[in-house]
Design a protein around this ligand. Sequence first.
Ligand code: PHB
Ligand code: FE
Length: 321
Amino acid sequence: MSTAATPMTTGKTLGYKTHAIGSFQFGRDEYFAHIHYPGGRHIMQVDAFLRALMRDVAWGFFYGTVNFDTVFGTVNHYGTVEMFIGLFNEGYRANNRHFVETFEAKDLKAVFEGMLEDWTNEGFDPFAAPDETGTVYGAKKGNNSKAIKRQRLIANRMVGLPGDLTFRTEPLNRQFQDVPTDKPEVHAEKGFENEVHAFNFFDYVCRSDVTWNPSVVSCVKDSQFCATTEEHVLPITHGNDRVEWFIQATDEIIWDVDDRATGRPRAKVTMKAGDVAAMPADIRHRGYSPKRSLLIVWENNDASLPQQYASGKLTPYPVAF
Ligand code: PHB
Ligand code: FE
């Protein structure tokens, strides 16, 4: 399909720009993001849209599919990206109302970054928990570049080693006042005093001011341990292209687990502190964290995995019981 998108007028008098790539056009007004594409239009609440957009940009389109909702999203092909309407929605597919366009990742990223910058008002932080940020609504008012252009802190070897990143100074999050913050005792063998080091992981991660943003805390070859603090709802529904493990370190997250292709419900998983789960490679999932919690996401970064799952060489689950 290559018919032109419906012309966008949304948002012009409110100070927001219309953003376009290929045959997609995006507009925002006080409350909503409007997506126009050949043959139709889609609408999302603007706060949900910007929170999802922030993740898609920050994660470089992530592993597999980033569903902004049950209709709109992106699929990462690691170099190119498909942007879609209804691709993983049974109703759209059954009636042939889905629409997909492929872009160079860098081109789509540039458009997404421009839209995020333009549509994010002063005082609204799309990475923050709703209770820790201002309003997203209304006409254009300033910007919040600082929040949307956060740089990852990268340690050379380990936080706290001489000459490396220093321990963070932000306060413990209001909802993590109960985590243990005592310092570990280090008893190094003589001569190894400068080689052995430890810090309290809870004390470090629980000072994070962002939510739903797994950050690599240890990396050995393709094994990446990614810690994140969660509150409210995961702003995207993730359709993975590989198995992913969750370790719930504190509190509780309730997961909706649905079929990746159709969105049909498959499971509700309640993970309490200490629980470990393997999320299969053929599902999509979305987590709900009523209170801020600490989650560790264990990712396998092996680039050959999507093909191995897609071809059936690997089963979509790690263990057969
Ligand atoms: C996931 O999709 O697996 C995911 C994404 C972000 C999080 C946690 C889990 O913060
Ligand atoms: Fe996931």
